[in-house]
Structures are given as C-alpha cells and as structure tokens.
Design a protein around this ligand. Structure first.
Ligand SMILES: Cc1cc2nc3c(=O)[nH]c(=O)nc-3n(C[C@H](O)[C@H](O)[C@H](O)COP(=O)(O)OP(=O)(O)OC[C@H]3O[C@@H](n4cnc5c(N)ncnc54)[C@H](O)[C@@H]3O)c2cc1C
Length: 468
C-alpha cells in the first residue's frame, strides 16, 4: 500500500477499524498472514486488498461495511473463496472475510440447521450427520455455504431434496446501509425471494436457516471406462437416467484416472470416462438399479456405502490450481450432442484435476418452486467443462477447451445458465442466469436495498439496468 494509504485511508484508519471489531483487520503489513488471507481457490487470482476484515459478528460486518463506504473502498465478500472469477477478493478495497463465522447449530426435532455465513460445506455436513440429517450441499466439501446457497446450490442430493435454496428458510442479512435484518417468507418477502438465486447482490448474509432431511444410508458407485467407450457409456447413462428414481444422483465425467487401489495401472494418469452414482439407500438396491451400466464392461469400480459427509470429500479438488469453468444448460441431449460432448473430452488437459462433466437435473430440481429466479432448473442436462491446471502456459488451451465444449452443444441450449457454474462472462449471461423478467424484478429489489450498488463484486444485478 502507498504510504498515504488507499483513497486517503491510512493504516491507522484500518487499525482503528480493527479496534472496533470483535474480529481483526489484516493489512499488507501483516506479511505472510496477509498473503494467506487474500488467497482464494483459483490460483490465477492474485489481488491485493487494502485490508481484510475478519468479522466475527453481524455488528462487525455492519461496521466494516460502513467503514468501507465512508472511505470509498470497494467491498468484496468472502465465504469459501470458491468464486472462479475471484469475486471474493478485490484490489485496493476491503474484503469482508466471513470464515470466522462458521458455527453450525442443528435443531433435530425441527429438522433445521442454523449456519454461519462463512461456514463451508464440510462444517455443515459434519454437524448434521450425527442426527441422521442432511441437506443439499455442493459436490466438494470446501465450497462456502454462503455463495453456494445464495446462488441456488446444486449437488448430489438435489434430485431428492431440491436445490439448496429450495431449503433456505431464513437469512440474517446486513444491508448496504449496515442494517441487520432477519429475512424469511413473512419479513421482507421481496428480499426473501431475491435471495433464492440472486447471489451476494443484496447484502452480507451472516447466518442461514436450512431445512434438513433424514439421511442415514448412502451408496457411492464409481465406474470407469477407457475413453473410447465414451459414446456408448454416455448414451446408456442418458437413457438410464430417464427412469432413475429421484434418490439417485451423480454425474458422468471424463477425468484423469486417479492413483487409487481400485484403478488399474493403465488407467492411472490417463483420460477415463466415469459414471458416478450417488444413491440414498443401500448398495444392493443401487446395484440393482444400475444394472444397465454395470453390464457395459467397465474397467474399474468402487462401490461402497458411506456417510454422506464422506461422499462429499470424495471428489475434493485440490487448491492451488489455475481455474476456468463454464456451463451450458440443455433442453435435450440427443445422440448428435452426445457425440460432440465425447469428442471434445480429449482436449481437456490430462493429467490434471480437470473434469469434462455431464450432470443430470430433473427430480426435485425440476419440480421445485417455479417462482424463484432460477430459469435453468427445468433443464434436464448440464454440460460443465471444469478446468483446473497448474502451468500458466496452458491457460489459453484450457479456456479454449471450455469455450469449444459450450459451442459444440449450444444448438441444444436451454439459454439460461446457473451463474455459480461460470465466471465473468458478461452482462448477457448474467441476465440469462435469471431470465429478463426476473432480472427486472431483482433490479427493483436491488434498487430498494442497495441503490448505490455497494455489493457489485458478484454476478451483478444493476439497480437501474439500462434497456431492460
Ligand atoms: C471445486 C468447486 C466445486 C464446486 N461445486 C459446486 C457444486 O457442486 N454445486 C454448486 O452449486 N456450485 C459448486 N461450485 C460453485 C460454487 O457454488 C460457487 O463458486 C460459489 O460462489 C462459492 O461460494 P463461496 O462462498 O465458496 O465463494 P466466495 O468466493 O467466497 O464467494 C463468492 C461470492 O458469493 C457471495 N457470497 C459468499 N458468501 C456470502 C455471504 N455470506 N453473504 C453474501 N454474499 C456471499 C459474494 O458475492 C461472493 O463474491 C463449486 C466451486 C468449486 C471451486
């Protein structure tokens, strides 16, 4: 930071803010602690905030927001740090870091959990599991509950329990004015609606109440084939999903064969085509259901009953990689689309933690509340190129693969897209994420609660959108 500070904000001002918080304020003068605090999941993002306010309470958050506004500093809100575009860290601004607000309290009789605004998925899952309860979470354990739920929230359990936001019962929110609101269906219904998909546009969520569902037995089945079998496997998987029960989730992915005991040497480090079945129920039932896939001559398998919280860590992607992902939501997935999807898989960087993914929707996702601003929920298939690599020399290649994958399947596109699955792809894609009519309604809520667009580091909803 320049000796004179940022926008006239001196180090002493940040020190004063720190004195007034229960948490702490970190600045570049904190050396390694600062570098650790500004790092996020996507290693391509290297931003240097003026300060990071590690908040502990709603009052801390309110003070940090007021401070940033008084000093004209842009605000980034950080939960799990998984935003691919790095929206949770900002150059020369103030990061409101919620990681210290990660308490999870379960009310087993009511089947609800109160979750701190900075908790990550594993903290939620580990707290609910002893009660035989769970709710839809992300597909890895390190994603922040905050960004995930506010954007919609899709995961292994969504076909059975709906999207994460379908299970969102209330939110404690600090507004752009530093006001602390409790929001539910009755209190501030306009905001309640907007927080079901509208992301971090409306304030900083310091706590969520989520509905839980009974969940004791879970089976995971991972089947691997050589990539040449892809077109047959993908067709079979698509047809199998048509009549699969809602308790069955998962996805199909091409990825680099992992060095696990169940994987034969020739598949380790090579491109493989895999089906992951996640099933709420016993292994025997899962095997019966998956018979059409089990007869396709796979080259490796891992089939086991396991706690849901363990399933959540099974595909945990390592931090420290460069990231680029995108998505296309499809109305249909005919053979021609299957072939294009399969043909593009070898363009992915291998070996790497990248995944060339096909996710099913349907079930409780499609049947969930139609009113929420999530027009993509009715799309049956998602093509999701998910790139992670480590050599900057591969940046252009990784991006190209994601763009080509999308372009290949665009003829079958639904048009709408889940914004948590993409980075900064421009305003049209943001509008497509909500649908034009929902965008207008969201903009009206934004104008009421954040007219100055204080919370703009997100898939931004403009308070006064031109031309809409
Ligand atoms: C490895 C990996 C796997 C993923 N898997 C899935 C998946 O299976 N399903 C899925 O739906 N998504 C998935 N995602 C995407 C994920 O949902 C989004 O990236 C989401 O924004 C992450 O939230 P976060 O809190 O970790 O992110 P952050 O980067 O901390 O925050 C992103 C944005 O969310 C907002 N935000 C976060 N917390 C709050 C809060 N408490 N109050 C207000 N605003 C807040 C802010 O606008 C912030 O800019 C995955 C991402 C990664 C990296």
């Amino acid at each position: 930071m320049a000796p004179g500070g940022i926008n006239g904000t001196a180090l002493t001002d940040f020190a004063d803010l720190g004195e007034r918080l229960l948490g702490e304020v970190i600045t570049p003068s904190d050396g390694a602690g600062y570098d650790e605090a500004r790092g996020i999941f996507n290693a391509m993002i290297d931003r240097r905030p003026a300060a990071i306010a590690r908040c502990r309470t709603g009052e801390d958050v309110a003070r940090a927001i007021r401070f940033a506004r008084e000093h004209d500093l842009p605000i980034a809100v950080r939960g799990g740090g998984h935003s691919v575009a790095g929206m949770s860290v900002v150059d020369d601004g103030l990061v409101i870091d919620l990681r210290g607000m990660n308490a999870v309290t379960v009310a087993p009789a009511a089947r609800t959990a109160r979750v701190g605004g900075g908790a990550i998925m594993s903290e939620l899952d580990r707290a609910t599991e002893p009660h035989g309860l769970a709710t839809t979470g992300g597909r890895v354990s390190t994603t922040g509950v905050g960004g995930f739920v506010l954007g919609g929230g899709a995961g292994w359990l969504d076909r059975a329990f709906g999207l994460a936001c379908d299970n969102l019962l209330s939110v404690d929110l600090v507004t752009a004015q530093g006001e602390q609101l409790h929001i539910d269906e009755e209190a501030h219904p306009d905001l309640f609606w907007a927080l079901h998909g509208g992301g971090g546009n409306f304030g900083v969520a310091t706590a969520f109440t989520l509905r839980l569902h009974p969940l004791t037995t879970m089976t995971a089945m991972l089947l691997l084939w050589r990539p040449e079998a892809g077109p047959t496997v993908v067709r079979a998987y698509r047809d199998f999903l048509e009549s699969a029960p809602d308790r069955l989730g998962g996805g199909l992915l091409y990825f680099t064969g992992p060095p696990e005991e169940f994987v034969p040497d020739h598949m380790v480090g090579a491109l493989v085509c895999a089906v992951l079945i996640t099933y709420i129920g016993h292994e025997e039932q899962a095997r019966d259901l998956a018979a059409p896939l089990l007869h396709l001559g796979h080259g490796a398998e891992m089939i086991t009953e396991l706690p849901y919280a363990d399933l959540q860590c099974m595909l945990d992607d390592p931090p420290g990689y460069r990231n680029y992902w995108s998505a296309e939501y499809l109305d249909s997935f005919p053979d021609q689309a299957v072939d294009r999807f399969c043909r593009r898989a070898p363009d992915m960087i291998v070996p790497s933690p990248s995944q060339h993914v096909l996710f099913p929707q349907g079930g409780a996702v499609a049947e969930g509340p139609a009113d929420f601003p999530l027009p993509w929920r009715t799309s049956p298939w998602i093509v999701h190129p998910f790139g992670l690599w480590d050599d900057p020399a591969d940046d252009a290649r990784a991006r190209q693969w994601a763009h080509d994958t999308r372009a290949d399947v665009r003829p079958w596109s639904h048009g709408a897209v889940y914004l948590n699955f993409i980075g900064g792809e421009g305003r049209d894609r943001v509008v497509a994420g909500f649908g034009a009519e929902n965008y207008r309604r969201l903009a009206a809520v934004k104008a009421r609660y954040d007219p100055d667009n204080v919370f703009r580091l997100n898939h931004n909803i403009e308070p006064r959108p031109p031309g809409l």
